[in-house]
Write a protein of this length. Structure first.
Length: 187
């Protein structure tokens, strides 16, 4: 369950042995490049912040219902982040009224070949300009994010190339200037 579509809320009893990171709080193995293995460990190391109270409630609910993960099933057109509609049902309330007012409802995330994607007709032209797209079932799909070398260490050099954007850490077979919506938004 440790992949790009799930965020551990509480420490996992049997972490994935392929992971190379070390949690700063509980020292459980976690994904490379992260400081904490789960939301609970992150919250335990935060003094303040506007989302801290929400994160504490999420951790409490995870312990109550014994659900350690949340699936990212929505994509926000305002902040360009994937999130869980179950844990954040009022996501648009996090944005300023002006930004949220002009934004249509969040987009449902699909999955193609293990990557989270959204359908092209749900996005504005300026948001997808020069972003790598794929066609599946006659529909155009845009990846929310690609994969980093930590996620695909088994690929040979010819199969994974760095993104065309200089400071993007993701590795893909890129045709467009940007490998994903996240990459385009960060440019």
């Amino acid at each position: 369950m440790y992949n790009e579509h799930w965020i551990p809320i509480i420490t996992q009893p049997h972490p994935d042995g392929r992971l190379k990171g070390d949690c700063n709080n509980c020292h459980v193995i976690c994904k490379s490049g992260t400081d904490f293995c789960c939301v609970e460990c992150r919250v335990n190391n935060l003094i303040g912040g506007n989302a801290r109270d929400m994160a504490i409630r999420l951790v409490d609910l995870a312990h109550h219902f014994n659900e350690a993960t949340v699936q990212l099933d929505r994509f926000c057109r305002v902040c360009f982040h994937a999130y869980s509609s179950r844990s954040c049902p009022n996501h648009m309330s996090h944005h300023l009224e002006g930004a949220a007012a002009g934004a249509p409802v969040p987009i449902r995330i699909q999955e193609i070949n293990g990557l989270p994607v959204v359908e092209g007709h749900d996005l504005l032209a300026e948001d997808i300009e020069e972003v790598q797209a794929s066609i599946d079932g006659g529909r155009i799909w845009y990846p929310i994010h690609a994969r980093t070398i930590d996620d695909i260490p088994f690929l040979i050099d010819l199969e994974a190339l760095p993104c065309n954007r200089a400071d993007c850490p993701e590795l893909v077979r890129v045709v467009g200037l940007f490998c994903s919506l996240r990459c385009r938004h960060q440019a």
